[in-house]
Ligand binder design. Sequence first.
Ligand code: ATP
Length: 366
Amino acid sequence: MATITLDTLRKEFDNGRIVAVDDLSVAVEDGEFITVVGPSGCGKSTTLRMVSGLESPTSGRILVGDEDVTDQHARTRDVAMVFQNYALYPHKTVMENMAFGLRMSTDLSKAERRERVRETAQMMGIEELLDDKPDELSGGQKQRVALGRAIVREPDVFLFDEPLSNLDAKLRTTMRTEIQRLQNDLGITSLYVTHDQEEAMTMGDRIVILKDGKLQQVGRPKDVYENPANEFVGGFVGSPSMNFLDVSVEREGNHVVLVNDDSSFSYRLSESFSADLRETTHETEVRIGIRPEDVTPASDGSNLIDSTVGVVEPIGSDNYLHLDIAPDFIARVDSDIEPETDETISITFDESDLHVFHPKTGESLK
Ligand code: ATP
């Protein structure tokens, strides 16, 4: 069983002036693929380096299965790491690069090592590269070799540190699928660090979102997308980003009406939504979030909001309409909806797609 347990894991630098990882607790299940995502400096790499043993925690524990590996040397941990810069030995051939880790971690004979490398290379489609040196390979080939070198060791745990960042967009998509397929076939518990929310969302069984070293949310991509724990997660996950608007909470009988005077935004909530909201908060001002794909143009019905179209950005299948409801407010609509700049259109959205956040803490209220 290769579960990974991070138990109130903490890493400080500079005599505590920098808290890179702030009491992080995450339990990774056996065979699970977890992506770790967040903005630059949020502590992703430091977390991974602690799991690998390259960095030692200030406090907290790391368990692989039932074994506490917190104080174990990197070399004795059964984890394999794949880096962004590939970290291949330039003077060794692909065969030697892949066999090297095996020499350090197993007592296989040279012939057995070469056989295992050959089998893995075949599985990865890089058999014809075995006699090449790294500088003869393309970026994609180097990353395949780096992956192969990790896989050949048959580790308990895979750690990936932004492995696809140096590849072009098309190759990145191909490699994403390839890594997922390999991980599925091999069932090796994996932690995968990326700053790319789309990569994190598409690859992870579950996604861990960090900010300033602190855990913001952990969950299945769909759950995190639909029920962000706070405003930061709402804005970080999804593209284009969630639209935000500050509104006041007004009463109208049993209904709550959300109002923003600057943009003549007024949205009347149903009785049940109003009751739920009043139960969770007494704030008179809240911040609401609505995803661009949930905003729809409409000509009749209730809760119509008038807005002026700024830029119309075509992206092929859809158009992004920039609306003057709030700064950077975008509606993602079908490409056959093409209003003119400065045209006034009415939009609306389903109440069920509305997110409500605390105006100060940012925590989700509904
Ligand atoms: P990026 O996406 O830019 O790689 P990250 O999320 O991986 O960022 P970390 O590299 O883990 O972030 O860094 C977290 C914080 O710890 C940052 O503020 C960073 O400057 C700091 N930090 C990391 N390593 C050290 C170190 N060796 N000494 C001092 N500060 C460090």
